[in-house]
Ligand binder design. Structure first.
Ligand code: FUB
Length: 324
């Protein structure tokens, strides 16, 4: 179904939105794309982002979008190598915690934390990455009991294929064909929000028969995890990367397993697809990006929003992304 969509930041390139409602206002935490001149490759080196902005609004489809400016940049992070990819923010006990992936000086992705007193930042980074963290795309979910979980991971340039059982392999192994697909990860956060409270666990996505999705399934996990709750169920959504879908799976608890349900967004113009799903003022929204304004340049993406609807059984109605 084709629906009314809005480009949220028409004068700049923003991607990978994470979105939350804090103090009744909607806050958007995107990646900040720019023309860095780094050539495109399968490693994602062309996504050479160097800072984050925060945006907020109280009227998603038609209201003013406030740009709170640069809230964190590579040069302020003590362990910085390069590439600030998709971040997310959570609130606890009067503080806002930004979780962000970045390559360290050995070109290994780690997750970092930065702290602010306000949802719009600026965020002050910790001196070191989180212990035992790896890969990309942290998405923080606060359950109704106040526990926070980070979903993370991404294959190819996101480096998830370099790890098994939370340990680095000597060389990367990506499952193929009928082998089970490589799962994303979920981990509970400590009460102080600064470290993992446990070892990260695999996020299993199974089909209707209970079998893990296979590596050659076009709907298998690639990157861009997001978690939201609807009617008491846990909706895990994610990007399928090289097959260009946003898909979802439903579980009974934050750890899963999650049973595959279907496609949320068909391919957009551009290689990557990445999103957040949030309820605001009684409506549900899908925030995502595409490359229409840049004329299809993969590394120059634009932030979009469209209303998201469920059917009577709680299934998400597929949205047309406008790509091929
Ligand atoms: O923005 C860089 C990477 O592209 C993100 O981390 C992925 O999810 C993809 O959108």
């Amino acid at each position: 179904m084709k629906k009314e969509a809005r480009y949220l930041v028409p004068n700049d390139y923003m991607a990978d939105p994470s979105v939350h409602v804090f103090n009744g206002r909607l806050y958007i935490y995107p990646s900040h794309d720019w023309e860095s001149g780094v050539p495109e490759n399968d490693n994602g080196d062309h996504f050479n982002m160097k800072d984050y902005h925060v945006f907020s609004t109280d009227d998603v489809m038609h209201g003013e979008i406030t740009d709170h400016g640069v809230v964190l940049k590579v040069e302020d992070i003590p362990w910085a190598g390069r590439q600030l990819w998709d971040c997310d923010v959570a609130f606890k006990n009067g503080k806002y915690y930004m979780y962000f992936p970045m390559k360290d000086r050995n070109d290994i992705f780690r997750l970092g934390v930065a702290i602010s007193d306000k949802p719009e930042g600026p965020f002050i980074p910790e001196a070191n990455p989180m212990w035992g963290s790896y890969s990309i795309d942290p998405a923080v979910f606060c359950d109704e009991d106040g526990s926070h979980y980070i979903y993370f991971g991404g294959i190819w340039g996101g480096q998830l294929q370099r790890y098994r059982d939370n340990k680095a392999l000597e060389s990367a192994i990506l499952p193929e064909g009928n082998e089970p697909a490589l799962p994303g990860r979920v981990v509970k956060l400590r009460d102080d929000m600064m470290q993992f409270a446990e070892d990260p666990r695999p996020v299993l996505i199974i089909d209707q028969e209970g079998n893990p999705l296979k590596a050659n399934d076009p709907h298998r996990f690639f990157e861009a995890s997001w978690m939201h709750k609807y009617n008491g169920k846990y909706y895990l959504s994610y990007s399928t990367g090289d097959t260009h879908f946003l898909c979802y799976a439903i579980g009974d608890n934050p750890y899963g397993p999650f049973t595959y349900q279907g496609v949320i967004l068909t391919p957009v113009v551009g290689w990557t697809t990445h999103h957040a799903i949030v309820e605001y003022k009684g409506k549900w929204y899908l925030f995502h990006h595409d490359c229409v304004p840049s004329g299809g340049k993969t590394w120059l993406r634009s932030l979009k929003v469209v209303e998201l609807e469920y059917d009577a059984e709680g299934k998400i109605i597929t949205i047309d992304g406008g790509g091929e």
